[in-house]
Design a protein around this ligand. Structure first.
Ligand SMILES: Cc1cc2nc3c(=O)[nH]c(=O)nc-3n(C[C@H](O)[C@H](O)[C@H](O)COP(=O)(O)O)c2cc1C
Length: 199
């Protein structure tokens, strides 16, 4: 199939403000999965926050990464504070029907207040880390901090995956793989959300 011709627009990023770059790039690098990252603070209070600068980066060792910016007032996000302290976290994969929870979790709450409790979600113990998981998510990864990397105002967090939990009904028979169509993951798109589907 010959692609339809199009007029090309080129932009040098030196000519854009950081906020313009943010909006342009996040409208182009799509779809992005949503990591709902669970951590605990020094008093054991759980914290949840969504991140779309998120992906898998290696399998041996198994590593996931997500990138944390600062709060609008310049302060550190609770997720980063907790990870720096405890060096562990849980990454849950958000599904399309969970978009309202994701939006609610993205709103700032004072340090030490639980987004999970506010939404009435259920904690369940993890198997390999201290930080608990949230039962309502169909996939969760228990992670220990592998390393962090500062990129400008962001901190990229690499987590080594110790193990995963998933809804058994998603598993493809006789294979260690899940049916991603059945999962129906939530995807971050330009100015909103989408679903992904197989071609
Ligand atoms: C869909 C979605 C994706 C987001 N992705 C990111 C991200 O990749 N990096 C980031 O720093 N903040 C991201 N945010 C904003 C954080 O979730 C938000 O700042 C949150 O309040 C941080 O919570 P915390 O202080 O408990 O860590 C996103 C928010 C939403 C709703």
């Amino acid at each position: 199939m010959t692609p339809a011709p199009f007029e090309e627009l080129s932009v040098h990023f030196q000519d854009l403000k950081p906020s313009e770059i943010y909006h342009l790039v996040t409208s182009m690098v799509v779809p992005r999965p949503i990591a709902v990252v669970g951590t605990i603070d020094e008093n054991g209070i759980d914290n949840l926050a969504p991140f779309s600068y998120f992906n898998a980066v290696s399998s041996d060792p198994p590593c996931l990464m997500f990138s944390i910016g600062h709060n609008r007032d310049g302060s550190k996000k609770d997720t980063l504070r907790n990870i720096e302290k405890n060096k562990e976290f849980v990454i849950h994969i958000a599904t399309a029907d969970q978009v309202q929870w994701v939006e609610a979790m993205g709103e700032p709450l004072p340090y030490g207040e639980s987004e999970r409790a506010k939404l009435g979600l259920t904690l369940t113990p993890s198997q390999w880390v201290q930080c608990p998981r949230v039962k309502e998510f169909k996939i969760s990864f228990e992670c220990v901090l592998e390393k962090t990397l500062e990129i400008g105002s962001n901190t990229v967090v690499f987590g080594r995956v110790l193990g995963a939990h998933f809804d058994e009904s998603l598993k493809i028979p006789n294979k260690m793989i899940i049916d991603s169509q059945e999962l129906n993951p939530l995807a971050r798109m330009a100015r909103g959300y989408g679903k992904t589907c197989h071609l």
